[in-house]
Design a protein around this ligand. Structure first.
Ligand code: HEM
Ligand code: NAG
Ligand code: NAG
Length: 478
């Protein structure tokens, strides 16, 4: 089903935005007769195939949109979505080629409405050497040694703190969001949950809503409210940065991301307040919705697959049996959760929180089968299409965590399973997300039994989530 405001928005967007691009590209691609575009259909004038894409992704089975085109044109095809002609790749080798050549042949490309919310200096929008520096700084703060020595304890504590308040009916998605938000704030600037973080989260949620008002943000009140909220969040964060600069002058140093950004020796230093604030906001954006949705969907898939839930529970009960009731999880405990890792991989594979990544060709690029992507064109590397392909994963559309046992889940080539992307922009939070998911599942299955409070289903537009935020009825064990 399609609501009419969205339709209107899309239509106006297409008129205003794609009219010129469409003509421009038409003229240009006929003028340049050398390269051959991948086959495909650009759909209706202006609107392209956007409506087909959206209506497919609004159902619980968006696969036909890709399947139909792959069977007609092959795994790399041309379409026209969100106001621009786009080369769509459902091919693992082409995806790898696109991701690896970030900064050389392709660059990340987000719509202007999203850039405004992220801030000019956000990591997601950065390019070149600054991006390299910021990316490795983020990596150095999310690597396994830091998680083992510092973050794991915080994660375990904050997960438990939140679950302690659960009774009766729980909106799992909301709870998961609270947990991931608190974790990120802790990791960034060492704040434990308090009134300040609560208020920050309220404003921040308004910002997040703004991300999903594309495609016609300028006329949307949600978007305007989001921009205002962004201003407030940025002001609050600026104050924190200011205070911390003073602390640094006094020789005090905390062990968190902000300290690394301010520290000349730790690879940071020399960043402006604005750059630091944009950076922190981007980390909140990147880690929050993704991880909390994955938590929620893991629980949904497990609930629908009782045998997997039973096996998972057994694994975690064994860990608990070795420890006192509330004793914190250690790194060795995390390392002894093999089936949990299968569940997490399978959830990431089948849920595809980030279904793919948008890039723009920086030059004419020749790809597989001699096709050419013209300079300036949008490219969509679909991670989802590979994960859901029956040739790469047997019965690809079923939730089957056992396929990962004996490392047999993915065929020998590593580029079949890329939930965290790849190349220079590969997710720097991947390990952290895995640990957060593992701890969350550990505390959930060892403390509660639950059942769905009502039926709820997956949808994929504008983002992957369940329609009703997955309400469950929980019961504390013992
Ligand atoms: C299940 C959870 C997560 C998934 C599925 C996920 C997925 C991804 C993917 C696919 C990308 C690549 C985007 C691109 O190439 O354009 C990415 C980038 C990124 N992720 Fe994650 N992510 C998750 C959790 C996190 C967490 C917890 C953090 C933060 C601590 C984080 C921080 C980032 C950042 C900063 C980038 C941008 C990297 C860059 O552009 O250099 N992510 N993520
Ligand atoms: C993994 O190995 C075990 C024991 O070697 C076997 O019982 C099981 O069926 C294997 N699982 C898969 C998915 O191949
Ligand atoms: C899960 O996927 C990662 C690749 O992202 C892989 O390295 C790991 O071995 C997989 N885990 C299992 C249990 O198969």
């Amino acid at each position: 089903m399609m609501d009419s405001s969205l339709l209107t928005s899309l239509f106006t967007l297409s008129l205003s935005l794609s009219f010129f691009l469409f003509l421009f590209n038409l003229i240009r691609s006929t003028a340049r007769s050398k390269g051959r575009l991948p086959p495909g259909n650009v759909g209706l004038p202006f609107l392209g195939e956007t409506l087909q894409l959206i209506s497919a992704y609004k159902t619980d089975n968006p696969e036909p949109f890709i399947d139909d085109r792959v069977s007609k044109y092959g795994t790399v095809f041309t379409t026209h979505v969100f106001g621009e002609p786009t080369v769509f790749s459902a091919d693992p080798d082409t995806n790898r080629f696109i991701l690896q050549n970030e900064g050389r042949l392709f660059e990340s490309s987000y719509p202007g409405s999203i850039s405004n919310l992220l801030g000019r200096h956000s990591l997601l929008l950065m390019r070149g050497s600054l991006h390299k520096r910021m990316h490795s700084l983020t990596m150095s703060f999310g690597n396994w040694a830091i998680i083992r020595d510092h973050l794991l304890e915080d994660i375990d504590r904050l997960v438990r703190l939140n679950m302690d308040a659960w009774t009766g009916r729980v909106l799992l998605m909301e709870e998961a969001k609270k947990i991931t938000f608190q974790l990120t704030v802790k990791q960034l600037m060492s704040f434990d949950p308090c009134e300040w973080t609560e208020n920050l989260m309220k404003e921040y949620m308004l910002v997040i809503e703004g991300f999903f008002t594309i495609p016609l943000p300028i006329f949307s009140t949600t978007y305007r409210r989001a921009i205002q909220a962004r201003q407030k969040v940025a002001e609050a964060l600026s104050l924190v940065v200011l205070e911390r600069r003073r602390d640094v002058e006094r020789g005090e140093r905390k062990n968190d991301m902000l300290a690394a950004l301010l520290d000349d020796e730790g690879g940071g230093g020399g960043f402006s307040d604005e750059e630091i604030v944009d950076f922190m906001l981007a980390l909140l954006v990147a880690g929050y919705e993704t991880t909390s949705t994955t938590m929620t969907l893991a629980v949904k898939f497990l609930t629908e697959t009782p045998r997997a839930l039973a096996q998972l529970k057994e694994e975690h009960d064994e860990i608990r049996a070795r420890k006192a009731e509330t004793e914190a999880l250690q790194w060795e405990d995390y390392k002894s959760m093999p089936f949990t890792q299968c569940v997490i991989n399978e959830t990431l594979r089948i849920a595809n929180i980030i279904g793919g990544v948008f890039r723009r060709a920086m030059t004419d690029v020749t790809i597989k089968d001699g096709y050419t992507i013209p300079k300036g064109w949008k490219v969509f590397a679909s991670l989802r299409a590979v994960h859901m392909n029956q040739d790469h994963f047997k019965e690809a559309r079923a939730f089957n965590p056992w396929r990962w046992q004996n490392n047999s889940g993915t065929s020998s080539t590593t580029n079949m399973f890329t939930p965290f992307g790849g190349g220079p922009r590969r997710c720097p939070g991947a390990e952290l997300a895995r640990v957060e998911l593992s701890v969350f599942l550990h505390r959930l299955v060892t403390q509660f039994s639950w059942e769905p409070a009502e039926s709820d289903k997956l949808v994929f537009f504008p983002t992957t989530r369940t329609q009703k935020r997955y309400p469950i009825l929980v019961q504390r064990l013992k």
